[in-house]
Design a protein around this ligand. Structure first.
Ligand code: AMP
Length: 141
């Protein structure tokens, strides 16, 4: 499948679609998942137009991993979850639904199951508030 430059994440990266932005840098952007599986569910997206893991060059992958680590630390500090899942669904057969590579940072809370994947829209104001909490915890290293 060829990369579709009109996928929703490409539009967010170009500023053509709204998102609750957590981080906006040269190599990566992070924003709140609009259908979060738990409070604080954040997506980390490389700017390079890559549909999946196999399309991203090694340097961009290194940047993506470093940024995902920083975002995970910030989510941990902001939400203090008991645990955290990092996921990358690679290809439709793995459940990928948006065909621009991304990592999910999904906090886990005691006694709270995961919401269904990509099912229920969250309140936009709440997502903005969550993004602000994570931004406040982001550090450079
Ligand atoms: P995946 O199925 O791994 O490709 O994940 C795509 C994720 O993107 C799902 O968790 C969706 O809830 C989320 N999503 C879809 N549209 C948007 C959007 N406009 N802004 C933020 N997250 C989105």
């Amino acid at each position: 499948m060829a990369y579709d430059p009109d996928n929703i994440f490409a539009k967010i990266l170009r500023g053509e679609a709204d998102a609750a932005i957590v981080l906006d840098e040269k190599h990566c952007v992070a924003f709140m998942d609009v259908m979060p599986q738990s409070p604080g569910h954040t997506l980390v997206v490389p700017r390079q137009p890559a549909e999946n893991l196999f399309d991203l060059d090694a340097d961009a992958w290194t940047e993506l991993m470093a940024t995902t680590r920083r975002v995970a630390h910030a989510v941990q500090a902001a939400f203090e979850p008991a645990g955290m899942m990092l996921m990358q669904l690679n290809g439709p057969d793995a459940g990928q639904t948006v065909f621009h590579l991304h990592f999910h940072v999904v906090p886990r809370y005691p006694g709270e199951g995961l919401a269904f994947h990509a099912r229920s829209m969250a309140d936009p104001a709440e997502l903005q508030e969550h993004a602000a909490r994570i931004r406040a915890e982001l550090t450079s290293g």
